[in-house]
Design a protein around this ligand. Sequence first.
Ligand code: UD1
Ligand code: UDP
Length: 363
Amino acid sequence: MRLVTVLGARPQFIKAALLSRLLRDEGVSEILVHTGQHYEAELSDIFFRDLQIPTPDYELGVGSGSHAAQTASMMERLEHVLCKENPDYVLVYGDTNSTLAAALVAAKLNIPVAHVEAGLRSYNRTMPEEINRVITDHLSSLLFCPTATAVDNLKAEGITEGIFWVGDIMYELFLRTHARLELSSAVCEKWGIQENRYYLLTLHRPGNVDHTETLRLTLDTLSRLKEKIIFPLHPRTAKTVNMLYQDGFAFGDNFIVMKPVGYLEMLQLERCAKAIITDSGGVQKEAFFLRKPCFTLRPQTEWIETVKTGWNQLLSVGPAMLDALEAVREGGAYDETLFGDGDTARKIYSIFKEHVVTQEVPR
Ligand code: UD1
Ligand code: UDP
């Protein structure tokens, strides 16, 4: 079996780590392509190193750009790779422009697409990820769903074949990593913080960070919290913060601002936080896995289970959010099975094995 896996952004490196290793251990020939969507060491190299992801066979070096320019450039370069490699499947993860570009190119070359994290919906088409998800799912032959809700979402859109509830690949990585994670005291010492005495904050959604006034309101409001705020700064957000600096903005004294951290350090920071404030999909889930109260600064979430169980609260930005943030409370019953049984990578491999023998796609 020959697969081409296409990755490009931070969460995709994290999602691919386990499956990539398992596929290779099982003798699958995996050709790894890095589109170059995320290129800074803190967003890319550190994950390949920490999670022992194999070195990509192709580095497309696409870099940043508008949606159309970035996606088009990926598509052009991916077409050369896929024509040359002619794999049995193209494997994509999540909902980034790298996911969409790979799915579109593969589908037009009649190469079946396998989508890990299929079926998620926020039902908010102003989010670029939502468009990427819907299109990728409708082009995919194998749809690996992380939750039962995702399965239902696909069926509601008329997709009937190739749907598999395999559980969440990030949950499996979390379980495996968390079990052998070192004590977090060194991380607390490094940043001068105390366990359960700080909020961990991540922000990178365009709706929250692209406009100076919105970001300033969020940061100014959060500076009124008594506790410390640990804030690993996504480069998209850093760009707007730099504009704010030119306007005389300064972070509140309770902020500790840093470059993005690696996965292991991030898990440690999540584990020791009093609560987590985020707009990230992956961080919402990890908060849930760790049973940490989470506040999501978005009007909707595709990880609806985390809200329904009471561990995640959706908040809109503004002074009113302070009351909710100060009244941190734990969620309700924790259902261990919502994100699968922690054996997602093996389930995906077994499904591949079964399908690659039987599929006959004219090309
Ligand atoms: C992308 C994904 C988003 C995902 C996020 C994970 C899309 C549409 N968005 O958002 O779904 O949640 O990654 O973090 O695919 N930049 C750098 N260095 C880098 C990469 C980016 O400075 O290595 C800056 C550039 O100014 C760039 C901006 O960040 O314009 C945004 O990067 P981009 O990859 O387009 O989108 P993200 O916001 O990172
Ligand atoms: N993450 C990390 N370092 C950081 C911020 C996030 O390792 O500084 C990890 C986080 O633990 C989670 C993943 O990145 O596993 C989430 O990715 P991101 O927030 O970039 O994207 P999203 O999940 O929103 O698509």
